[in-house]
Structure formats: C-alpha cells, structure tokens
Write a protein that binds this ligand. Structure first.
Ligand code: NAP
Length: 458
C-alpha cells in the first residue's frame, strides 16, 4: 500500500511519501535506542516537563492539526479538534500521575519471605514499537506514547499508510517539547516490513492497534521473538436496551455511538439488542434519528457524517450490507453509497438479521447499525456474547439487578451502564477474546511496558 494522503472526501491524492530505506530505519532505531538510555536516567520530573511542553505545543497547533486529520481520514472537523484536545489532556494526565502509578511497593512483612526488606519497582523496558491505525491518527498514538515516554521508554511508530502527515507531525512533536531526538521516531515503512523491525534486537516490546488480521501477524512475530506485546483489535460492541430504559435518550446516544468518527471506531456500538416490549418504538426513534443525519464534506462544521477513510473500506462495508440484504435483511434506512466523488456511505439501519449473514459475526467498520429483537435478558446476553469479539458494551436499564447481571456476565473489556462506551485517560481500556489482550490508559496502561522488578534483601 502506498504511503500517501488521499483525501477521502474527494478521492484525490494530496501527497505521496517515499518509504524510509533500510539505512534510514537503522539510523532511527539507533536514535531510539540511545534515547531510551537517556530517558531512563532523566527522572519523572524532567520527563513530565518535556511532556507538558509537548502538550502545550499540540494545544497551540489544534486548528492546523485538526484540519490535517480531517483531510487525511475524513473525520468531521469538530471531532478532529476534540481528538486533539483529548490527546493534550492525556499527555498532561500522564505527566501528572506517572510517578504515582509507578511508585515502588514495599512488602509489609518481609520476614515472611526471609528478608530484611522486599519491594517491587517498575523499570522501563527500552524501545517500544507501536503499529497504529488511521481512525484516531493522533489519539491512538498518544495513548501509547504518553505513558511509554513517562515510564522512561522510547517509542518508534509504524503508522497506517494513509495518515503519513499525522505520523510525521508526531515524529517532531516530542522533540520540540524537549525530549531527546530519538525519544519518539516515526518509521515510514510498509506493513510487510514490520516483522523484521519486531525481530530487531533494539526493540524490546510491541503494541498494535488494528484489525484481527494484523493482530495475528504482529502477535505471531512478537511471540516468535519472545517480546512483550499488547493487542488492541476490533470489536462488534453490543448496545442492549431493556424495557425500563429512557428510549429517547437511548436512541439518541445509540445514533451517536454508531456514527461517531463516521462509524469507524473499535468501540462504536455496532449491534443494537432491543427487548421486544420496546423494540418497535426504539426502532422508530433510532431510524428517524439516523435518517436525519447530514452527510457531507467533513470540513463543513454542520455535517454529522463524513466519508469513510478509504475506497477499500467503503467497498468492504457495502459488501457486508449487500450480503445481508441478499440473505433477507430489511433496510430501515440507508443501504447505499451516494453517487459522486469521495468514499461516502449513507448511514444505515438493518434488521431481520439471520445467522447466515456475515454482518452477524463480523465487524461493520462504518455507519451501519444492526438491530436485533430480543425476548429477555438471557437472549440479549446470548447475542451479546456470540461474536468472536469482546471489547466494549453498553446496557440501558434502570433496574439495578439487571445492571449487575449484565456487568457480571458480558464478555467484554468494558461495560457502560446508561451511556455509550468511551475511552478516558483515567480508565483502563482493552478487550478479551479476538479483541486482543493487554490494557492501555490509566495505571494499567503505563505498567504494560515496564519490568516489574522484585528486590529482596537478606
Ligand atoms: P489494520 O489494517 O489492521 O491496520 C492497522 C495498522 O496495522 C496499520 O499501521 C497497518 O499498516 C498495520 N498492519 C496491517 N496489517 C499488518 C500486518 N500483517 N503486519 C503488520 N502490520 C500490519 O487496521 P485498520 O483497518 O487500519 O483499522 C481498523 C481496525 O482497527 C478495526 O478492526 C478496529 O476495530 C481496530 N481498532 C481497534 C482499536 C482498539 O483499541 N481495540 C482502536 C481503533 C481501531 P498499513 O496501513 O500499512 O496496512
């Protein structure tokens, strides 16, 4: 895949970038290895100063960076500005809390292990490789980079091929904040070159956010090289609506949870499992609100949904819908790609879904909602847990017993009650099953790329 910016609103190639050759990759890995040694001894206070300075620079660049994101991947411009703000917040969060998250812990009773003193300390691993997707071109990277750098690691980034401008912006951001030159380096390489980088002795660990297929490749390469790996993969999150739910609020948030980022979010609600007592009314409200969405140029402040990020992504989504319709699904709204330039797809609601349709088990990465009628909470849970994925989930009910039952039984990395799944710097984020393993954000995220060293003294 060419490393290029192609504006998804027009289909036009804006700029193409030459990949780094082997010598340049080698030079950048050397820089990252040297920076890891510097960062390790720099201390929390110094690293926090650099990270806060980086956050100030990013905040100052909000408008230009937001525009760059929208032109590279098609997110509505207001959402691009929100993404930048979220990155700034996460950088400040880790600058403030990293030292506490990684504080040593002493054993209360060292005599139990025959020691005069025993404790654990967190130490950086070295150079961490991040393989990242285009859907949140800054946020996905910052949520790895901010904790990794604060822990004293350096980072190298292989970003998605369609967001090279975001990748290059990030390449200079940390250095501008004051970090040593190699503390964060972008590698402009193809995905076929990733395994070789993982195998390089200068790399100590890997984190990937992306599809299941990429997860299998990167996980296998990391396993072969015996290197720590975090995998944040796809999802097909359930959004469960029970009879006690506020249907107006639930249907409005359901639309937002499905179409945010033009429907291309791992934690977007993708399957709407609605109790039969309220199904018809929910379906009516949800369909009406989806039909009312404005679709168009993502630089226009007034539109709700922009194009999908690539032609291939749009075509895959259209195939998923066409397959469902061929097998008997009903289209309540949408179901087509509008004519004209750009990679647009009309926001769509499907129902009457049956097991022979691909969309039942696969992730729909775009503004397409699957609506299911469920008989009771057991039926809702069975459907919620039936996909290979287990990332986020959302449950709408005011019944405390029902809430607890879903919290206890949903197979997912997160359950949000009467709200949509969102990521916050303060809360751990990650999945189970084919959604991957390991956690990002909060204390858990910074600890993933540390050596938890046990210290025992006679
Ligand atoms: P993708 O094709 O897997 O790409 C993600 C990254 O992996 C890109 O940098 C890509 O490089 C690279 N890559 C792809 N195949 C690879 C391979 N075989 N070996 C090494 N690297 C490889 O995913 P996408 O379509 O861009 O992104 C959408 C997917 O990401 C969805 O499934 C979504 O749910 C998931 N996602 C998950 C999370 C989460 O936190 N769990 C967050 C966001 C997105 P190229 O661009 O050069 O191919």
């Amino acid at each position: 895949m060419a490393i290029a910016t192609v504006n998804p609103a027009t289909g036009q190639t804006v700029e193409t970038f030459a990949p780094h050759d082997a010598n340049e990759v080698d030079r950048r890995l050397d820089q990252a290895a040297a920076a890891a040694r510097e960062l390790r001894s720099a201390g929390f206070r110094q690293r926090a100063e650099w990270l806060n300075a980086g956050a100030d620079i990013l905040a100052g660049d909000t408008d230009s960076v937001a525009r760059m994101i929208t032109i590279e991947m098609g997110k509505p411009i207001g959402q691009s500005r929100a993404e930048v703000a979220k990155c700034v917040r996460a950088m400040r969060f880790y600058a403030q809390h990293a030292e506490t998250f990684l504080a040593p812990e002493a054993l209360d009773d060292p005599s139990a292990v025959g020691a005069s003193a025993a404790r654990t300390i967190w130490q950086p691993l070295g150079v961490v490789l991040a393989v990242m997707p285009w859907n949140y071109p800054l946020w996905q990277v910052i949520r790895f980079a901010a904790p990794a750098l604060m822990a004293g690691n350096s980072g190298v980034l292989k970003h998605a091929s369609n967001v090279p401008q975001a990748a290059l912006y990030l390449d200079s951001l940390f250095e501008k904040g004051g970090f040593p030159a190699g503390a964060f380096r972008t590698l402009l390489i193809n995905s076929s070159d990733v395994a070789e980088v993982i195998n390089d002795q200068r790399i100590q660990a890997v984190t990937l956010t992306g599809s299941e297929a990429a997860g299998r490749s990167v996980g296998a390469a990391a396993g072969h090289a015996i290197k720590k790996v975090v995998l944040e993969l796809g999802g097909s999150d359930p959004f469960i609506v029970m009879p006690s739910a506020d249907l107006d609020a639930a249907s409005s948030i359901a639309v937002k949870a499905r179409i945010a980022n033009n429907g291309q979010s791992c934690i977007a609600a993708k399957r709407f499992l609605v109790h039969t007592d309220v199904f018809d009314e929910f379906a009516r409200q949800f369909t009406a609100k989806t039909s009312a969405l404005t679709v168009g140029d993502p630089l226009d402040e007034t539109i709700a949904v922009g194009p999908l990020s690539t032609q291939a992504g749009r075509d895959e989504l259209a195939e998923l819908v066409d397959d469902a319709v061929r097998h008997g699904a009903s289209v309540l709204t949408g179901g087509f790609a509008p004519s004209g330039p750009g990679f647009y797809y009309q926001p769509t609601v499907l129902t009457d879904l049956t097991a022979d349709m691909r969309i039942v088990m696969e992730e729909s990465f775009g503004p397409v909602a699957s609506l299911y009628r469920v008989e009771d909470r057991e039926d809702a849970l069975r459907l919620a847990n039936q996909t290979p994925f287990g990332l986020g989930s959302s449950v709408w009910t005011t019944d405390a017993d029902e809430q607890q039952w879903f919290i206890d039984n949903i197979e997912a990395g997160a359950v949000f009650i009467n709200g949509m799944t969102v990521s916050f710097p303060e809360l751990p984020f990650g999945g189970v099953k084919a959604s991957g393993h390991g956690r990002e954000l909060a204390a858990a995220g910074i600890r993933e790329f540390c050596n938890l060293k046990t210290v025992w003294k006679a």
